[in-house]
Ligand binder design. Structure first.
Ligand SMILES: NC(=O)c1ccc[n+]([C@@H]2O[C@H](COP(=O)([O-])OP(=O)(O)OC[C@H]3O[C@@H](n4cnc5c(N)ncnc54)[C@H](O)[C@@H]3O)[C@@H](O)[C@H]2O)c1
Length: 244
């Protein structure tokens, strides 16, 4: 029987690449998004900050897919600035999407996951959870929370047969980064700086992150829970000598 997956933020970037890969591997996939994709996916419009909408969307996904085995908590938004720069309302808004969004969708999906033989949750975290990046105080705080939430959920649900892991992408070439570059004074210089920050000298692709998510989501990773898999061009683990 094919596995059934929900991908939040499945309308763009890493989420869409993940939805495509899971479908290629034979899973039935529902994408929850503010702007969901159509066929071959079950597209369901939902805002992860709205608990009632999330519950309805997860129930609809379970109904249309025939159950839920895999949840990919990927919807997220960015924020720029030091700890001085963002008003309380923005702190609350970004935590609401990036952290509480995962809480709401997980809470709604758990009753279905408990009935699965291959239950797995994968959260999209970030290099920002494990490395200090400049001008990303609020965003990094949300992803630090996602890393801790992943570990706590993995502990809470291991004896129910539900695995919980996360992926930590470095800077990934998605529409998100396109928007960020568009706002920069010198987009080409900004792109070069982002490339150079990763030891491989390039951005990570959405497909490379999707491959890591698909691995953790699937039964091949059946003994893996409570891990963070970096997909960051070496940014977290390597310390290179300067080239010149
Ligand atoms: N692009 C990167 O460099 C990068 C690096 C590390 C981590 N990430 C993480 O990857 C995830 C996906 O990012 P991406 O680069 O693919 O971005 P993206 O902007 O291309 O896609 C994000 C998707 O999430 C959806 N979304 C946003 N708010 C939502 C809400 N309230 N309810 C439902 N859906 C919502 C958007 O509509 C969009 O389709 C995010 O969690 C992000 O923090 C991205």
């Amino acid at each position: 029987m094919s596995l059934r997956a929900i991908v939040t933020g499945g309308g763009s970037g890493i989420g869409l690449a993940t939805a495509k890969l899971l479908a290629e591997r034979g899973m039935k996939v529902a994408c929850l998004d503010l702007d969901p994709p159509g066929e071959p996916f079950v597209g369901i419009r939902a805002d992860v900050t709205d608990d009632a909408a999330v519950r309805a969307a997860v129930a609809e996904a379970a109904e249309r897919l025939g159950g839920i085995d895999v949840l990919v908590n990927n919807a997220g938004i960015g924020a720029q600035g030091t700890v001085e720069d963002n008003p309380d309302s923005e702190w609350q808004r970004v935590f609401d999407v990036n952290v509480l969004g995962m809480v709401r969708v997980s809470r709604a999906a758990l009753p279905y996951l408990r009935r699965s033989e291959h239950a797995s949750i994968v959260n999209t975290c970030s290099i920002a959870a494990t490395a200090g990046l400049p001008a990303r105080a609020l965003y990094s705080a949300t992803k630090g929370a996602v890393l801790s939430l992943t570990l706590a959920m993995a502990a809470d649900h291991v004896r129910e047969g539900i695995r919980v892991n996360c992926v930590n992408p470095g800077t990934a070439d998605t529409p998100w980064i396109g928007r960020l570059l568009d706002k920069a004074d010198d987009p080409e210089a900004e792109r070069q700086a982002l490339n150079a920050r990763q030891p491989m000298g390039r951005l990570v692709s959405a497909e490379e992150v999707a491959a890591a998510i698909a691995y953790l989501a699937g039964p091949e990773a059946g003994a893996t829970t409570g891990t963070a898999l970096a997909v960051d061009g070496g940014m977290q683990g390597l310390r290179l000598r300067p080239t010149s």
